[in-house]
Design a binder for this molecule. Structure first.
Ligand SMILES: Cc1cc2nc3c(=O)[nH]c(=O)nc-3n(C[C@H](O)[C@H](O)[C@H](O)COP(=O)(O)OP(=O)(O)OC[C@H]3O[C@@H](n4cnc5c(N)ncnc54)[C@H](O)[C@@H]3O)c2cc1C
Length: 410
């Protein structure tokens, strides 16, 4: 069964695929958005913490109903329990209901006239510039659409891209998250908490994020070498650091588990335009190397793309995609590349060194700078600002100094 021709076929109706289709549909392009799952937003593989600046991106009225909490602060715990409190005067992040977020974007895309083809897994992409055939398989068998251009927003699943000979992000970091109900609860629901250490989350970190009503939390972790993630999560749920954050009075915290998801965060940006196919979001390794947060960078990329198409005035094709690639690499892509240095540090740092760094930051004037300028989506810019205010921070762990110097000069 053949389907009609479109200007664009976008593969994957995650947040980046849906948002890209909204922006490009507004510019008048006909779009098929193809999603393998029968339902948008499920399964959820995300902790749902996004930059508060997201609401000022175009068309973000679509996600209003998905905001659960407004976040101003973070409590960072080092392996020995040292606690660093970051408190901003303004909102820095939002805790969102990720399923509602994705659904809101997809609904807006449909309202604008995007054809969303649900329950269809794309398994073949054939053709070249301007003439593509995208084949998919669904409950009613195989079908294909014809399209002038292709954008892959298929997330961390690398199968299709591997078949097409496209480059994969450098590293896939396994993560697990769950939603829990805690009782009693006396944490501040305007703060998140980050927990570090090889015991809990080797090479990355664990988190606690308020999820709406008091007592409801999103808990999870990513770990470089994966291991038994369920076991790691259980250990984290039972840890003294988490329990004392939830209830500093030291009462007995009962944690009731509500849901569990496992997924991969692709880290390490790849060239977004390869073999005539554009990649956006996790497909292009656009998540932040330090935290795995990929929603805001992917949405930003979609905005960049819309601007590049407008500037070239030659439709959503080769000229616009090449222009996008150049401007992305010079702009936010540079932040991502430079943040890979921080990723290496996070991956290699020893527990006692994290203890030292957090202790030093607690006593440093740099804390005011971080509170004022902290931006969860610009970790390198923040670190570089902190190093220039207090160079002794960059020298604290001498083996990382050459890496830091290289990244600062790049
Ligand atoms: C445990 C965990 C916690 C996270 N927490 C956060 C967080 O707090 N904040 C944050 O910003 N990011 C977080 N992330 C990362 C975030 O989930 C991703 O960066 C984000 O989902 C990327 O969006 P995307 O649209 O690029 O990809 P996805 O959301 O993965 O969407 C891709 C879509 O493509 C579809 N698809 C794949 N292959 C095909 C195919 N062949 N045919 C048709 N459809 C296909 C999939 O079904 C999916 O719907 C987390 C990730 C994990 C694993």
């Amino acid at each position: 069964m053949a389907r009609p021709s479109y200007d664009l076929a976008i593969v994957g109706a995650g947040p980046i695929g849906s948002y890209t289709s909204i922006l490009l549909r507004r510019m008048g392009f006909s779009i098929a958005l193809i999603e393998e799952h029968p339902q948008i937003g499920r399964p959820v593989q995300c902790a749902g913490l996004v930059n508060a600046g997201i609401v000022s991106l175009p068309e973000m009225g679509a996600i209003e109903g998905s905001i659960l909490n407004r976040i101003r602060g973070a409590d960072l715990f080092s392996p020995n329990g040292t606690r660093l409190e970051l408190r901003a005067r303004t909102e820095k992040a939002l805790s969102i209901d990720r399923a509602a977020f994705d659904t809101g974007l997809a609904r807006r895309a449909t309202d604008l006239g995007v054809d969303i083809l649900l329950g269809r897994k794309v398994n073949t992409v054939a053709g070249s510039h301007g003439r593509w055939t995208v084949g998919s398989i669904g409950i009613d068998g195989a079908s294909h659409v014809k399209a002038g251009s292709i954008i892959l927003c298929d997330g961390s699943d690398h199968h299709l891209r591997r078949d097409l000979g496209l480059t994969a992000p450098l590293e896939f970091i396994p993560g697990i998250s769950c939603e829990v109900q805690v009782d009693p609860a006396s944490y501040d629901d305007g703060n998140v908490a980050i927990f570090t250490g090889k015991d809990i989350a080797p090479g990355f970190f664990a988190w606690a994020i308020p999820a709406g009503e008091m007592g409801r939390l999103k808990l999870g972790l990513c770990a470089s070498n994966g291991g038994d993630l369920r076991h790691r999560l259980r250990r984290f749920l039972g840890s003294d650091a988490l329990r004392s954050w939830i209830d500093p009075e030291g009462g007995r915290v009962r944690i009731g588990e509500l849901s569990l998801t496992i997924g991969n965060v692709p880290i390490g940006p790849v060239g977004p335009y390869q073999r005539g196919i554009l990649l956006l979001g996790d497909a292009a390794g656009m998540a932040k190397p330090t935290s795995g947060g990929g929603i805001y960078p992917g949405l930003l990329a979609a905005c960049h793309l819309a601007r590049s198409i407008e500037a070239t005035g030659e439709g959503a094709g080769d000229a616009a995609f090449s222009r996008f690639t150049r401007s992305w690499k010079r702009g936010y892509g540079r932040e991502l590349r430079r943040s890979m240095m921080l990723r290496r540090i996070v991956g290699e740092i020893e527990d006692h060194e994290i203890d030292l760094v957090l202790q030093k930051l607690r006593d440093s004037d740099v804390l005011d700078y971080i509170n004022e300028n902290g931006d969860i989506d610009r970790p390198f810019t923040l670190a570089a600002g902190a190093f220039s205010r207090d160079p002794s921070l960059a020298r604290m762990i001498p083996r990382f100094l050459p890496m830091i110097v290289r990244a600062l000069g790049s």
